[in-house]
Design a protein. Structure first.
Length: 175
């Protein structure tokens, strides 16, 4: 029997963290952390998906993310937060960004989409998914007027085109 993928749920709002954990517990092994330090203590190579709150009192989600990436942990990261997305998400090494409140169906859909993506091991496809999700987040939820006209957004578009073109080239070479 294959082991269940592991999700680490991190949110300083205990009830919310426990709720998210309950929602995914049928399909995943779940760890729960209620602050940034606990998240860092529990984050290891067995974690497949990290559900990470951005605003926590002891250590921000951005700090936790930075330290996890500095350790070389390559888990999928979904930032779930009350903070409206800004252009700063372009630089975050995340795979998706969701603004609270999040519904059970939305959370499960996002996690399942990443689970499907995890079957592809090449980093180009993963990066393409991350860029696409960031662009969609900025388009849908950003408070920035004309987000498509910003340098950061244009950079995402250029990165997406470059990655798409290289993936097409790889696919053609494999034929």
């Amino acid at each position: 029997m294959e082991a269940k993928p592991t999700i680490l749920v991190v949110d300083d709002e205990r009830d919310l963290a426990d709720l998210y954990a309950t929602w995914v517990a049928d399909e995943y092994a779940v760890r729960t952390a209620y602050n940034g330090q606990s998240a860092l203590d529990q984050a290891d190579e067995d974690v497949d998906v990290l559900l990470l709150d951005r605003q926590m009192p002891d250590r921000s989600g951005d700090e936790v993310l930075s330290q996890i990436r500095a350790r070389g942990l390559d888990c999928w990261v979904i930032m779930i937060t009350a903070v409206d997305p800004g252009l700063d998400i372009v630089e975050l090494e995340i795979d998706d960004y969701v603004t609270k409140p999040v519904t059970r169906s939305t959370l499960i859909r996002i996690v399942e989409n990443l689970r499907v993506q995890s079957r592809y091991t090449d980093t180009g496809r993963r990066r393409l998914t991350s860029i696409s999700n960031k662009m969609e987040t900025l388009e849908d939820e950003s408070q920035i007027t004309d987000v498509e006209e910003t340098d950061a957004y244009r950079e995402l578009e250029a990165d997406m085109k470059k990655l798409s073109d290289s993936l097409v080239d790889v696919a053609e070479d494999e034929r």
